[in-house]
Write a protein that binds this ligand. Structure first.
Ligand code: CO
Length: 175
């Protein structure tokens, strides 16, 4: 089922999510709803808090070489942790379903090692590079209650806040 995505500046997005304790049908429904929502909104990643569920659950689905997202490329991560980040950095133009239509360059680690559980409670480790590493770090930030716009320089952040307020006002007037 497609759920409503919480958008900035809703305070829900600042919640620190908690670990999942039961790998049960309720978790599976959450994962399925998150997938439907992410695909419907054309996202490559989604954290549970973005649909108002404060649990350490995230999805990543990088499009294939034909730019198509399939369940084959879906990564479901429960109680994930970044266990290693190396010093190499990469700049990538990021966006977020909770900050629609805004994109900006963000610097992050180029290589990360992560640990997570799948929907059946099986533990996995993986190394991620480049775009996948960026998405991992972006989604992990959501679980800590952080958004990528917090990484902007002061000047860029001010410009963003001004434009965002204007956009919200315009949307309100349209209704
Ligand atoms: Co996001």
């Amino acid at each position: 089922m497609i759920k409503e995505i919480v958008t900035y500046p809703n305070k829900i997005l600042r919640t620190k999510s908690k670990d999942v304790e039961k790998f049960d049908s309720e978790l599976h429904t959450l994962l399925d709803d998150m997938y439907d929502t992410m695909i419907a909104k054309d996202g490559v990643g989604l954290a549970a808090i973005q649909i108002s569920v404060p649990l350490n659950v995230l999805l990543i689905c990088i499009p294939d070489e034909n730019n198509i997202q399939t369940p084959d490329n879906l990564l479901e991560a429960i109680n994930p942790k970044i266990t290693h980040k190396d010093d190499a950095l990469i700049v990538y133009t990021e966006g977020c379903l909770s900050v629609p239509e805004f994109h900006e360059d963000i610097k992050r680690a180029q290589n990360v090692t992560v640990e997570y559980f799948d929907r059946n409670g099986q533990k996995h480790n993986m190394e991620a590079q480049d775009f996948l590493a960026v998405v991992w770090q972006h989604e992990m930030d959501h679980l800590e209650g952080h958004l990528f716009i917090e990484k902007l320089s002061l000047l860029k952040r001010k410009k963003f806040e001004k434009e965002w307020k204007k956009k919200l006002k315009e949307e309100k007037n349209k209704r």
